[in-house]
Design a protein around this ligand. Structure first.
Ligand code: FEO
Length: 397
């Protein structure tokens, strides 16, 4: 069922309340998501993006309720990951000759995914497509977050169709930013940024600055996931300009796993030591098994420093710590500090593995690893507390 957002533009996407995991199982989406597709009916008719493949039949059926598909003059594919291009094959079976406007990389991806020789029209930054009262202008945004990504601006409507940029995995029937809980909305926007876009910070920064520098009149930013920004356009742009500049708050996050509670006790004593040095710092403890991995990524994103701890298992670290270190490595954080800790029974070694991965992830090591044999006694707990204090002191320098 379409939802009119201006006289000429109708939202024709899919709201996916059931979605709990995205990118396979890589990203938790507890608040669902949406795949936003937009139909512009000007002198020419343009469809912007489609939806994820499992919803292709209902997408095409609902589109037919809006318009005779043969009246679609152009399809614009801002980005071609499966969540936006998945319904293209079903649509193109109905209108096989319709031109698909996308970047060259976009064409490569569509060809690679669907193996079809459709009518591709490659566009670059600054290319325009007059469609009547509106002219569409394309801006390539490579690596925000795939190589093919671009955004499209409709000048008369004053809408920026931004695809994944400014998106959030957030299902809402009411579409607009002012209709939802603001804390939930901004949390989902930040979670999206930390988990999906942070890795490409320099490219995101360059593009957001470029788009801001274009001084486009904007009534809406219409992304491909979540709400359409209307009332909070300046807020989300301002947030992006903070997030894309090596973001950090006065926070230290301790991520740990534990088998028989020794490493947990170390984590708690280290937290006490950090607050001995600076009672104002926000300290968060996160269990790598029990906490959501993508929430842990958000806390790392917010932190000026992190500590990662694991018991030594088979001369290495636990499964959960290995996994979260891989995710942290993928964030490509800059200007954050870190250290490793853990308990052991005989050889040890887990803490060294953690430090190595933190170094490879780009963290500055603020203290050599701390390890405690068997369960920490009072003396060892004090040692951990002292370690936390020294770590916080080194982070403050
Ligand atoms: Fe990169 Fe929403 O797909």
């Amino acid at each position: 069922m379409g939802k009119k957002i201006t006289d000429k533009v109708t939202w024709v996407g899919k709201i996916d309340w059931e979605l709990k995991h995205f990118h396979g199982d890589e990203l938790s989406t507890g608040k669902g998501s949406s795949y936003n597709s937009y139909l512009i009916r000007d002198k020419k008719t343009v469809l912007i993006d489609t939806v994820w493949g499992p919803y292709d039949t209902e997408f095409v059926a609902h589109l037919k309720e809006e318009i005779d598909l043969k009246d679609i003059d152009f399809i614009v594919m801002n980005h071609n990951e499966s969540d936006h291009s998945g319904a293209l094959p079903a649509l193109m079976r109905e209108i096989p000759d319709t031109p698909i406007y996308c970047t060259k990389k976009g064409e490569d991806i569509i060809r690679g995914l669907y193996h079809q020789d459709w009518n591709f029209v490659n566009v670059k930054t600054g290319d325009t497509l007059p469609i009547g009262d509106n002219t569409l202008t394309f801006v390539e945004c490579p690596m925000c977050h795939w190589p093919d990504t671009m955004v499209t601006y409709a000048d008369k409507e004053q809408i920026l169709f931004s695809n994944d940029v400014f998106g959030q995995h957030f299902a809402t029937e009411s579409l607009y930013d002012d209709t939802v809980n603001q804390d939930e909305l901004m949390h989902e926007a930040e979670k999206y940024y930390a988990n999906i876009l942070n890795i490409y910070n320099p490219m995101v920064k360059r593009k957001v600055d470029e788009i801001v520098g274009m001084n486009l009149p904007l009534k809406m930013i219409a992304p491909s996931h979540g709400v359409i920004w209307t009332d909070h356009i300046a807020d989300i742009i301002s947030k992006y300009q903070q997030w894309d500049s090596d973001y950090q708050e006065n926070q230290i996050t301790i991520i740990y796993d534990t088998m028989w509670q020794s490493t947990r006790l170390m984590a708690q004593a280290i937290a006490d030591g950090i607050r001995d040095f600076d009672p104002t710092v926000r300290v968060k403890l996160m269990n790598a098994v029990k906490d959501d991995k993508n929430d842990i990524v958000v806390e790392v994103f917010r932190s000026k420093a992190i500590l990662v701890g694991s018991p030594t298992v088979n001369m290495g670290v636990t499964f959960a710590i290995a996994g979260i270190l891989e995710m942290i490595h993928g964030m490509k954080c800059k200007h954050k500090k870190a250290a490793a800790f853990g308990s052991f029974g005989w050889g040890g070694g887990g803490e060294k593995r953690i430090q190595q991965r933190l170094e490879e992830a780009g963290f500055e090591i603020a203290a050599e690893p701390l390890k405690v044999k068997w369960a920490p006694d009072t003396q060892a707990e004090q040692q951990c507390r002292d370690y936390g204090l020294k770590f916080a002191e080194a982070v403050a320098k």
